[in-house]
Design a protein around this ligand. Structure first.
Ligand code: ADP
Length: 500
């Protein structure tokens, strides 16, 4: 019997990965290649587009080798990628015209400030579901056009192609045949009208981005051309594309409203299915397009992020030196029965949703002479869980149905104590799947469904399996007390610094 193989490319912020997945959803081979981060000035973050491509090529070759197959054995290719990062290249030669400006890059804060002062924020929010922030692609593209002599004129003549990382990879994989993106990535640019499902001419004008340089946008599950034989070694259809967070939501088999996934990495990213109606969210949560959009109609996802999650554990390791490795935090925290009255608010870089205070700064509160390392370790894990509880509560106010369980992934989701605390403090079950590589699995599922390996999202959701379920065990009154304590601590950190 011949086996169906799908290749999932996961082009992330610090490394490019590839995964070969078979028709049962099992992972047969992996590749991962880190690449260079460029920090040319404070607040600037750049990637070399050629290195993004070469690291992806190597990751693919490694994954295929590990699976013991060749490119000709693949039924389909799926792509997921770091979102918002922008790349511009020459349509004729395919040469990048500048380094990629990465999502973390803050250089366009001034441009956002000017647009805000001119009163554009509300209309932008209504059209795009996003906030006016340098994080998103539009002002980054505006910067490239302004700072690279001649690029604007060339772009207006149609000689320049631009896009997010998915577009760049599709272009390279197809040997320059296709200039495409998917709705999930487009919805993170500030240039895409998420109600109409197309590029917004008014926003393109406002941000000074010629429409001619943008890719065609289409559903995540749809034909994105075929890989080029000289480039890839075989002609294989590219059939699934989605930005990393939406791909992870799909990979966690969250297909009905109220289902949500939380990723615990450096920061945490909570995404929930929001249904088919776009209503402007509260608390500066973001509304984006989901991976099923455009197939049976619109589909939206609500998104909130916490800047510091696993990074707090790194801080305990690298700055306080109370643990040697991140995973040691669990055993240390277990040696204390409770937090001993200690609360940590890790507002190292301000607070994100639902507070949005760039001037908040971190604090350790409630110290007594008896407080020790174990209490601090415990309070750190609680802080990660409590930050996500605030997101869940904020989201419940904007969702058609409240979140009933959290499907988790990311490095810190391996921590059982943290996951139990999360279930207790959120008051809902926390479910850790067998495969925590949700992002790549999401891309594989999208591509596989479109290529006919699986019949539907419902079928792939039957491939998803829970590894462990953490049920909430804390009583309502204790939970309310702990949340009250946390809110009082957060209050004290707000508006602390004099500058952002
Ligand atoms: P990213 O993709 O943002 O680089 P990962 O998903 O790889 O992050 O997760 C790494 C983060 O998780 C680090 O910040 C690390 O401190 C944290 N981490 C890893 N293992 C644990 C653990 N067992 N308990 C708590 N935090 C952990």
């Amino acid at each position: 019997m011949s086996v169906t193989y799908i290749l999932a490319i996961d082009q992330g912020t610090t490394s490019s990965r590839a995964l070969v997945v078979d028709g049962q959803g099992a992972v047969c081979g992996r590749g991962q290649v880190p690449f260079t981060q460029h920090f040319p000035r404070p607040g600037w973050v750049e990637h070399d587009p050629d290195e993004i491509w070469s690291s992806t090529e190597t990751a693919i070759a490694d994954a295929l080798r590990a699976a013991g197959i060749g490119p000709q054995d693949l039924a389909a290719v799926g792509i997921t990628n770091q979102r918002e990062t922008v790349i511009a290249w020459d349509r004729t030669t395919g040469e990048p015209l500048a380094r990629a400006i990465v999502w973390q890059d803050r250089r366009t804060a001034g441009i956002c400030g000017e647009l805000r002062a001119a009163g554009h924020e509300e209309a932008i929010g209504e059209a795009t579901g996003l906030t006016l922030d340098p994080y998103f692609s539009a002002t980054k593209l505006g910067w490239l056009l302004r700072e690279n002599p001649g690029m604007r004129e060339r772009a207006e003549r149609g000689e320049v192609a631009a896009g997010t990382v998915d577009s760049w990879l599709i272009w390279r994989l197809t040997g320059g045949q296709q200039h495409l993106t998917d709705y999930t990535n487009a919805s993170r640019t500030l240039l895409f009208n998420i109600t109409r499902g197309r590029w917004d001419e008014r926003l393109c004008d406002l941000f000074g981005v010629p429409r001619a340089m943008l890719p065609k946008a289409q559903p995540s599950r749809s034909p994105f051309g075929e890989t080029s034989e000289p480039v890839f070694g075989a002609r294989v259809p590219i059939t699934g594309v989605a930005g990393d967070q939406q791909a992870a939501l799909f990979g966690q088999a969250c297909i009905t409203p109220g289902q949500a996934k939380n990723t615990y990495g450096t920061g945490s990213f909570l995404l929930a299915k929001a249904g088919s109606k776009a209503s402007t969210p509260s608390h500066r949560l973001l509304l984006s397009i989901g991976a099923n959009a455009g197939l049976q109609g619109p589909e939206y996802v609500l998104e909130g992020s916490v800047f510091v999650a696993g990074a707090l554990i790194q801080w305990l390791r690298d700055e306080l030196g109370i643990i040697e490795r991140a995973e040691d935090v669990e055993a240390l925290a277990e040696t204390a029965p409770d937090n001993g009255g200690v609360t940590i608010v890790p507002a190292f870089t301000g607070l994100g949703a639902p507070h949005w205070d760039p001037r908040a700064r971190g604090a350790i509160l409630g110290l007594t002479r008896g407080a020790g390392r174990a209490h601090i370790a415990r309070a750190a894990l609680e802080a990660i869980a409590l930050s996500s509880v605030e997101l869940v509560e904020a989201m419940n106010g904007s969702l058609p149905a409240p979140i009933t369980e959290l499907r988790v992934d990311g490095g810190a989701a391996a921590n059982n104590l943290l996951m139990q605390m999360q279930a207790d403090l959120a008051g809902i079950p926390v479910v850790r799947p067998e495969h925590t590589e949700s992002t790549a699995m999401g891309a594989a599922y999208l591509a596989g469904i479109q290529a006919g390996a699986w019949a539907s999202p419902a079928e792939v959701s039957s491939l998803w399996r829970a590894d462990r379920i953490f049920e909430p065990r804390m009583g309502d009154s204790e939970r309310a007390e702990r949340l009250g304590e946390w809110r009082r601590a957060v209050e004290r950190t707000l508006n602390w610094a004099t500058e952002e």
